[in-house]
Design a protein around this ligand. Structure first.
Ligand SMILES: [Zn+2]
Length: 303
């Protein structure tokens, strides 16, 4: 081998040496073990990013909801999939948007319509009772007057009593008329509230259908934004749904499932959720990389 040949032979060896060194380094750092790990072996560290002050709820209470949402997936898997960590990479933000405003308005109007209905019903009942009393009293008075008229007039004591009764009837009539206008005002207010409720409800439905998601998981930004909830269970469901996406779960075609695209108040993983979770937990990181590549190619072909 002359010197020139020996030199080119060494140059050919260098890339193999570098690759071997890289492989050694990757092996040493545990890369193959990482490839064998599933999504369920890597606890997701998350924290609360921001809470809109318009929410009437403390951070501690939101944290309790987050812990409840964790258990939706941790209970069936028996693994610590999530942990609240003030330095966590994934942030959960509670953003008060138009839907929350409208939903709160609807809730207030429903309460006001309910109390309005109760109030006018009790007023109508009181009015009807008084009308019955008035009619009975009036009939008795008319009977007495007719009696005394057919007997040549009432004696003085009876006349005074009848006069008193006539005055009582006039007073009752005035009370009835006042009560009737009060009932009218209440009914008018009630109808106005129901009108407002219908208007706000349809506006709320319209806004919800244009923005159906109550939360969003943005993988590239390492964040979950929660926009809206009507009650505690719905909030826990929405957080659990977005946590499911953070784990790597897709939507499921089971309307009771946590991973169904539309929100609900269900806070327990269904059989289909658990099957999807188990599949995810048994898939290694290498499987998931292959699956993501397959999806990426499929998307590119569809474009
Ligand atoms: Zn979703």
């Amino acid at each position: 081998m002359d010197q020139q040949n020996q030199h080119s032979y060494r140059a050919c060896l260098w890339p193999f040496v570098i690759i071997a060194m890289l492989c050694g380094a990757l092996w040493y750092t545990g890369f193959p073990r990482l490839l064998a790990k599933s999504a369920c072996d890597q606890t997701i560290h998350y924290r609360i990013g921001s809470i809109d002050p318009l929410f009437d709820k403390t951070a501690e209470k939101f944290k309790a909801d987050l812990i409840n949402a964790e258990s939706v997936w941790e209970k069936p898997s028996g693994k610590e999939l999530f942990v609240y960590d003030p330095a966590g990479r994934l942030t959960v933000n509670f953003i008060y948007d138009e839907r929350q405003t409208l939903s709160n308005e609807v809730e207030t109007l429903v309460k006001s319509a309910e109390s309005g209905e109760q109030s006018y019903q009790s007023q109508v009942q009181k009015y009807q009772e008084l009308v019955t009393q008035y009619e009975q009293k009036l009939s008795a008075y008319n009977k007495d007057v007719a009696y005394w008229n057919s007997h040549g007039g009432a004696p003085p004591a009876e006349y005074t009593r009848l006069e008193q009764e006539r005055q009582d009837l006039v007073a009752m009539q005035a009370t009835l008329s006042k009560l009737a206008s009060k009932v009218n005002v209440t009914v008018k207010q009630y109808n106005q509230t129901v009108g407002e409720l219908n208007q706000t409800s349809s506006q709320y439905q319209k806004t919800r259908s244009s923005k159906p998601e109550e939360g969003i998981y943005a993988e590239s930004e390492h964040k979950i934004d929660i926009y809206h909830y009507s009650n505690e269970d719905e909030l826990v469901h929405t957080i659990a749904h977005e946590f499911g996406h953070a784990l790597g779960l897709d939507h499921l075609n089971d309307q009771d499932a946590i991973m169904f695209a539309n929100t609900s108040e269900s806070t327990e993983a269904t059989e289909t959720d658990i099957v999807a979770l188990n599949r995810l937990c048994s898939a290694s990181l290498a499987d998931r990389v292959a699956e993501n590549t397959r999806k990426l190619i499929l998307n590119l072909r569809q474009q």
